[in-house]
Ligand binder design. Structure first.
Ligand code: ATP
Length: 269
């Protein structure tokens, strides 16, 4: 009710898909995040940047529910996600990848991606066993989805290959496929360019944009690779010492004197 009124108010902006509201995280005496707020809007790519220790990973871990904020809230489509454990975020449409790839190394590409697809289904085995036809239909739909995604990410030729034997760049694509198999509304990418060469980063940038455009996925990109963030993000949030330093278009944030100062004073340049 409240939101509908706000949305109709003159000059009011569209309700965000995800809202970070005044989030703070304290570890012992260390304030890792200090009252950070920003919105993520549908269909956008948001780049989260900041020098080492700025709080990017801490915020990412709050969004993916590995950390619990000390204060503040995170709302997905207007509802708090803070009572939801990490293994239940796929159900509400939040997918993620990991900095160092977190696949099942001894399983095939196909099986890893299939596991991703299952993480979106909320059914339980006992009730499903009483509805065999429904299970068969669900499995058929999952198989179709998995193969569509393998084709989309050019992974069909390695579908039956064990993940451990694949080059790192390909493993990263498998992880993306696994996250997409859960049909996320938001994809959280934790330093996807890490460990990739120049050409691979370029291809990755095109791929992330294509995923946003073709699959209606909103993206949060935590990334040290400035070239990637500035070339594909629609909106950038810069953190430093746990606080939001600046936000705006890539050009605005790049030109912000506080952001320039923060990077000049760090080892990240
Ligand atoms: P980097 O770019 O180096 O990964 P970051 O921007 O991701 O840095 P965080 O890892 O979120 O920064 O760290 C923010 C602050 O919180 C740092 O001072 C860090 O030492 C501290 N911190 C992060 N995680 C923990 C933890 N589990 N326990 C204690 N302190 C932590």
């Amino acid at each position: 009710m409240m939101q509908a009124q706000l949305a109709q108010a003159p000059g009011a902006s569209v309700a965000p898909l995800l809202a970070v509201r005044d989030v703070s995280v304290v570890f012992g005496g260390i304030v890792a995040l200090n009252g950070v707020s920003f919105d993520m809007h549908r269909g956008r790519i948001l780049g989260l940047i900041g020098p080492n220790g700025a709080g990017k990973t801490t915020l990412f871990n709050c969004l993916s529910r590995l950390y619990q904020p000390s204060t503040g809230d995170i709302l997905m489509e207007g509802e708090s996600i803070l009572s939801r454990p990490a293994h239940k975020i796929a159900e509400i449409g939040i997918g993620r990848t990991f900095q160092n790839v977190a696949l099942f190394p001894n399983l095939s590409v196909l099986d890893n991606v299939r596991i991703g697809a299952h993480s979106r289904t909320t059914s339980d085995m006992i009730s499903d066993s009483l509805k065999l036809n429904k299970v068969r239909r669900t499995e058929a739909a999952i198989n179709e989805r998995v193969h569509e995604i393998l084709g989309y990410l050019h992974l069909e030729s390695v579908a039956h290959t064990v993940v451990a034997g694949l080059p790192f760049g390909t493993q990263k694509r498998v992880e993306l496929a696994r996250a997409l198999a859960a049909q996320p509304k938001i994809l959280l990418l934790d330093e996807p360019a890490g460990g990739l060469n120049h050409e691979e980063v370029h291809v990755l940038g095109d791929l992330i944009r294509r995923i946003r455009d073709d699959r209606d996925v909103t993206v949060l990109l935590v990334e040290h690779h400035m070239g990637l963030v500035m070339s594909i993000a629609d909106h950038v949030v810069a953190l430093n010492f746990g606080k939001k330093l600046a936000e705006g278009t890539p050009a605005q944030v790049q030109a912000d004197p506080d952001v320039i100062k923060a990077y000049l004073g760090s080892k990240d340049q």
